[in-house]
Every structure is written in structure tokens, then in C-alpha cells.
Design a protein around this ligand. Structure first.
Ligand code: ZN
Length: 236
């Protein structure tokens, strides 16, 4: 039998603001304002592209170049805005109770905005009859690819509710562990699901959730007899 190599554990440095800030989780206002500003810039880019298409706006460069620049800036803003939005939702999630639809709309606002920042432009572009065929085809492909990419990067694949986060934080004390690619966090560093992982990251449950590991591993939940409103997912 090969001897087991010890795992390398990288501990998250204690957040200094946590000891001084009275509110656990900190403020997310900056992140939310950042998202709103970026979404506003993205919408502005879309509007400018539409004005270029219908001839209201004139720029001294080729129409195709101008449209593609607009679409690329739109894409960057939408993707970064959704990243900030998801980060804010990890730090301070919305309650699910009583507002299930509201919770999903809030969690997936990034996806909704990605569609809003591209779909109207795509529809107007495809309806345009003045544009030459080549420009129309190229710009349409770029815009559709941008929308798909923006949508895929903006979806919150593992949303967590305020109740689930509070339940996890109250039921699990001490450090939890996660890996670079795993989607869950673990209570035991020698959990069977971590057998092939040599490098682990350690921190509180709050840290794990902020690191986008929103569910507890099912093996660890069973071993520690943890049940509650928190998210538990089976290990693959
Ligand atoms: Zn585990």
C-alpha cells in the first residue's frame, strides 16, 4: 500500500473587518450599486447600437466595427455586473420564505439582464432591411454569441437563500473544507469525497458560501447527523 500523502490545507486569512464589523456578512450595497451601474452602461451600449442601426447616430468608422465595439462593451459590463450580483447574493442572500418567485427572480437577475441587454438589439437588427447582408449576418452572429455567453456566465447555478445560509451557519461550527473545483464544502478534511484532493481550502461556513460552495457534502452531513434547512448535496 502506498502511504497517504498529507493534504495541503490553505486556510483563509481571518477577515479583520469581521471582528470589528457588528453585522455578520458585511454590507453588499457597494456590490449592488456596482452591478446596477454596469447594467446601466450595458443598456446604454445597446441603445447606442440601436441608434447606429436606424441611422440616428453617426460615427466616422464603419458601422460594423462600431456595432461590434458596442456589443463587446455591453458583454463585458453584463458579465462583470452578474459576478458582483452573485457575490452580493452569497454574502447577503434573499429570504425564500413567502417569496419563492421573488427569490428566483432576484437570484437570476443576472440572466434576466443578460437577455434584456441583447435580445431587443438582436430583434431590431434582424428586422433591419437597410443593412447590407454581410454586415447584418456578421453582427447578428456576434450579438447572438454574446447573448448566449452573457447568459451562461450570468446564471446563478447554485443560489442559496437567507434561511439556508443561516441554518448552515448555526449548525456547523469551526472550519469546513473545499477544493478548487468541488461544488460543496466538507466538515471532515478526510471525507471520502476528498480522497483524491491533495489541496484543500479551509474557512468558516460563511467563507465557504462566499467562495461559491453553497451546499454541504452529503457524506459529511450523514456522518455528523446534520439535518436542517441548509443545502445538502450528494457527492458525485
Ligand atoms: Zn464530505
Amino acid at each position: 500500500m502506498e502511504e497517504k500523502k498529507p493534504k495541503k490545507i490553505i486556510r483563509k486569512a481571518a477577515d479583520q473587518s469581521e471582528t470589528t464589523a457588528p453585522v455578520k456578512g458585511g454590507s453588499t450595497i457597494g456590490l449592488r450599486i456596482g452591478s446596477a451601474v454596469l447594467w446601466a452602461i450595458a443598456i446604454a451600449c445597446e441603445v447606442l447600437c440601436i441608434l447606429l442601426l436606424n441611422g440616428t447616430l453617426y460615427v466616422p468608422i464603419s458601422l460594423m466595427t462600431a456595432l461590434i465595439i458596442g456589443i463587446v462593451i455591453d458583454l463585458i459590463c453584463v458579465v462583470v455586473a452578474a459576478m458582483l450580483w452573485k457575490k452580493a447574493n452569497r454574502i447577503k442572500p434573499m429570504k425564500k420564505e413567502g417569496t419563492k418567485v421573488g427569490f428566483y427572480l432576484w437570484s437570476q437577475l443576472g440572466l434576466i439582464m443578460a437577455i434584456a441587454c441583447f435580445l431587443p438589439l438582436i430583434v431590431i437588427l434582424l428586422k433591419n432591411k437597410d443593412l447590407d447582408k454581410k454586415t447584418k449576418r456578421i453582427v447578428a452572429v456576434v450579438a447572438i454569441v454574446a447573448m448566449v455567453l452573457a447568459g451562461a456566465l450570468s446564471i446563478d447555478y447554485d443560489p442559496i437563500s437567507a434561511e439556508e445560509k443561516a441554518s448552515a451557519e448555526s449548525l456547523i461550527e469551526g472550519d469546513v473544507y473545499w477544493t478548487a473545483f468541488g461544488k460543496k464544502y466538507h466538515i471532515d478534511e478526510d471525507c471520502q469525497a476528498l480522497a483524491n484532493s491533495n489541496t484543500l481550502y479551509a474557512g468558516s461556513v460563511t467563507d465557504a458560501i462566499e467562495a461559491n460552495r453553497t451546499a454541504l457534502c452529503a457524506f459529511c452531513a450523514r456522518n455528523h447527523e446534520i439535518e436542517g434547512e441548509l443545502k445538502i448535496e450528494g457527492a458525485e
